[in-house]
Design a protein around this ligand. Sequence first.
Ligand code: ADP
Ligand code: GLC
Length: 503
Amino acid sequence: MPRILFAASECAPWVKTGGLGDVAEALPAALAHLGLEIRTLLPGYREVLAATRAAAELARLEPCGEMPGARLLAARLPSGVSALVLDAPALYDREGGPYLDAHDLDWPDNALRFGLLCRAAARIAAAGLLPDFRPDVLHINDWQTGLAAAYLHYAGAGTQGEPAASPGAAARSTAARPRVVFTVHNLAFQGLFPAQALPGLGLPQEALSPQALEFHGRLSFMKAGLQFADAITTVSPGYAAEIRSEPLGCGLAGLLEQRASRLYGILNGIDDVTWNPATDPHIAARYDRDRLEAKARNKEALQARLGLAADPTLPLLGFVGRLAWQKGIDLLVEAAPRLAALPAQLAVLGSGDREIEIELRAIAARWPGRVAVAHGLDEALAHQIEAGADLFLMPSRYEPCGLNQMYSQRYGTPPVARATGGHADNIVDCTPEALRSGSATGFLFQEISAEALFAAVERACAAWRDPAAWRALQRNGMARDFGWSASAARYARLYEELLRAPR
Ligand code: ADP
Ligand code: GLC
């Protein structure tokens, strides 16, 4: 069984800003369940240190370029997976988010913060930094860990830990080099920094060529992963296809097209223990596909909690997610007055764009009892919206995978989603044929517009008013298996294929 080092910039429950945190928690656990030896490397942010107080030191990393020295601490995630915490207080132990400061601006030293994470990953993977753990595969995720593939390629990190600052040191040493899998969760965030950042990261000048990390005159962490990984995966087959052309290729479609034979789409799973309406401790009444009547009590509780009118005859539409352009939240804002006038109720939970927050508040004030908006991160309320809403809205412009459409199918709350990426891959549109054949699970629409969203909601509301059809739709979604085991097995096969194949 291959040994895997999994590196990520966030990992639930210790630190999470989105789906990457969920995947970094669940996928290694599912791989460990298959018998693989796996450890998860993540930065020692303040909240991670707080969760791992007694962690023992395993090794030290010497300073390199402008990156300070660091310690590797041994810890255990609540999932049972071993964690390697990269402790460098000057870079990580601070008040604020993993990527942004309190004013929502990128930390000015992000190149060094994530450069160090990448270098640590490469050192563990190739340089025998941990004598009892020599990984066969380094699995990195998104731009924050992309540069690890470059550190391995430029060999410096792979020898005695000398940074490859001189061109001479850049000789390739492929013999013991582990295979690298790079998973793209969102190609739009690329980790672009001024070219002058290169020496501070301890990489040789040749790394700045267009065949390496250079992207329009800047240094791209994302490109490092795409360029040098042995396999690139993305989180759905649909997104894997979409990023091979623009606009979703975000300027990298050409490179992805070139590397298409190494590009795989593997759908994410969900944590089906945490997200299970039959056992969910956050919701007012538990239910399953054979006890769907109890779902109505969750709607009442949600209406009461959010100050919505206690009216069972209005369809209740839910939204949970980042208030971001990606998520089509502006389309929802535009459609909201018409949705309220349908009539329907709307419950929104999100955080992000301040302007959108203000617009949403104004809509809620104009439609008391019909529209409710909660800001911030609220795990319990996210579960209550999944359980209490009748329909779940996901008007995303693009969606590499998306987790909420899986939660909502599992909670008998059919999604109304734009047909992109993971949505198109795991929602079956409610056409009359799909309903007859028992495969329909939600409502998909194509066009990026408030009109298309509104039309799909109207179509969904018509189905909601037909109790037999609605029950069938709910039960179809609830019967599906969205757990991680199939996808984890797919990753495990990929690791083994890579280890068998010549480079
Ligand atoms: P993305 O990673 O693009 O934000 P995903 O659908 O993959 O989208 O994952 C988002 C995750 O974060 C889900 O688990 C979702 O429930 C959660 N989430 C997003 N916003 C909130 C919020 N305001 N409160 C609680 N959970 C949230
Ligand atoms: C990204 C994507 C989201 C995906 C998540 C986990 O944040 O935006 O679609 O589900 O990563 O892979």
